[in-house]
Design a protein around this ligand. Structure first.
Ligand SMILES: Nc1nc2c(c(=O)[nH]1)N[C@H]1C(S)=C(S)[C@@H](COP(=O)(O)O)O[C@H]1N2
Ligand SMILES: [Mo]
Length: 199
């Protein structure tokens, strides 16, 4: 399925408070960009935690999944917003068909390379249009933007959109991810300016 999440608002209404529009595509992350020489042996994608049966996919299996796309605006907590991003990849709804999530699961933790994590409520994770992207504006992602696969959840600050994503953990209780442990907000709604823990 293809979504366009940008058409409902006028251009001005699309920039959340205290954000500035950028036309570039800044690179922002903690740590080193992962290097891969062979994705079939160095990469896998794991669904675990509160599921009936854990599933691990190879890169080839992930790329063979049903595909979709979404066009949206992204908002980094450091103050830049980038409008009209076209993402392509595997919709969350397709990934969720691979497991039976236990009813007590209410949160997910996105796990990325090097142990980096980000937490989001399960309900937000499942929002239509969210996807595991391998393409941005028609091009394969570059390594610094998350190749081979990144999560995209545009209605929260962009730090929740884990680059180099390697798995989803289903949890009963909310838990801090990497930036959340470093003082950032557990939820991160850009329209409410939920930047830091105390916001
Ligand atoms: N694995 C990982 N993903 C990450 C981050 C990170 O440090 N590590 N930073 C986040 C932040 S703060 C932002 S703004 C976006 C930036 O994505 P970009 O570099 O493609 O613009 O990635 C998010 N995903
Ligand atoms: Mo960010």
């Amino acid at each position: 399925m293809f979504f366009n999440q940008t058409t409902t608002n006028t251009q001005r209404d699309r920039i959340p408070p205290n954000q500035k529009q950028t036309t570039g595509f800044p690179v922002l992350h903690y740590g080193d960009v992962p290097q891969y020489t062979d994705l079939s042996t160095q990469w896998s994608f794991r669904l675990f935690g509160l599921v009936e049966e854990e599933v691990t996919l190879s890169y080839e299996q992930m790329m063979a999944m049903p595909r979709g796309g979404t066009t949206n605006d992204i908002h980094c907590v450091t103050g830049w917003s980038k409008l009209d991003n076209e993402w392509e990849g595997i919709p969350v709804e397709e990934v969720l068909k691979l497991v039976k999530v236990k009813p007590e699961a209410k949160y997910v933790m996105l796990h990325a390379e090097h142990g980096w994590t980000a937490n989001v409520p399960l309900k937000d994770f499942m929002t239509a249009g969210n996807l595991f992207a391998n393409k941005h504006n028609g091009q394969e992602l570059t390594p610094d933007h998350g190749w081979p696969l990144r999560f995209v959840i545009p209605h929260l600050y962009f730090w929740k959109s884990a680059k180099w994503v390697r798995g989803i953990e289903f949890l009963e209780k909310d838990k801090q991810g990497f930036w959340e442990k470093n003082g950032y907000n557990m939820y991160g709604d850009p329209w409410k300016e939920q930047r830091f823990a105390w916001d």
